[in-house]
Design a protein around this ligand. Sequence first.
Ligand SMILES: Nc1ncnc2c1ncn2[C@@H]1O[C@H](COP(=O)(O)OP(=O)(O)OP(=O)(O)O)[C@@H](O)[C@H]1O
Ligand SMILES: [Mg+2]
Length: 250
Amino acid sequence: MIRIEGVRVSFDSVTAVSGVDLDIDRGEFLTIVGPSGCGKTTLLHAVAGLQEPTEGRIGIDGEGPGRARDAGRIGLVFQEHTLLPWKTALGNVTFLRRIAGKPPDESGARALLESVGLSGFLDAYPRELSGGMAQRVAIARAVHLDADVLLMDEPFGALDEITRDELGVELRELLQERETTVLFVTHSVPEAVFLGDRCVVLRGAPGAVEALFDLDFPAPRETSLFTDSAFQERVADVRAALYAEASPRR
Ligand SMILES: Nc1ncnc2c1ncn2[C@@H]1O[C@H](COP(=O)(O)OP(=O)(O)OP(=O)(O)O)[C@@H](O)[C@H]1O
Ligand SMILES: [Mg+2]
């Protein structure tokens, strides 16, 4: 499990997040929403061990984030795909696992790329892929790492709505039989409600937890959920928390 305890991250003149306490269970899919600049990326960087908290602690099964990252226990997916341009789709997927010191599993990598609809593009280079295809490769690469923790910062942000919805369904499917813990930042409230087991709404300046929602819709999540009335109610609840945050009140 991931334990975030009293975390504050301050830069020279700005406190990005302050007083954040969150426990995230093993295998949980936690979505994170909040206004721009409220510290979502900073929080993910802290969990990834890329940013030392100014105050407080983060533990990943009791281990510090830096050690967890060095041990290949943390996978990252950002808005931009960050694929290596000189490696093929398959090469990108297998390479990260190799540098993390994990045993090679090329057939697993092929199967993952096939399951995200890229069976015809295993030998294609990133420049030959559309944005959505490249992002599929980045997701396959992160899943293939078989990390305990997957940190995703607006991974579908640059994609059209249909591709986002499809990738969301695929991501949940890929993770279904794994025990991966996911922290997933998005600006889309429906996406946060669709994908998450829980959703945390952050407030800004400095970032802190505003509200937490349980999202106990049955698995597998399918796009038909978008028209479900319980789903739409949850979307309205999360949106209300987000808007409450955005309006001045103190
Ligand atoms: N390396 C840094 N140095 C100084 N200030 C920073 C640094 N990184 C982030 N900040 C500041 O911390 C605050 C939170 O930034 P962060 O990128 O975490 O927000 P965010 O919630 O991810 O926003 P967005 O939704 O726009 O991606 C902002 O005020 C930003 O200017
Ligand atoms: Mg950000």
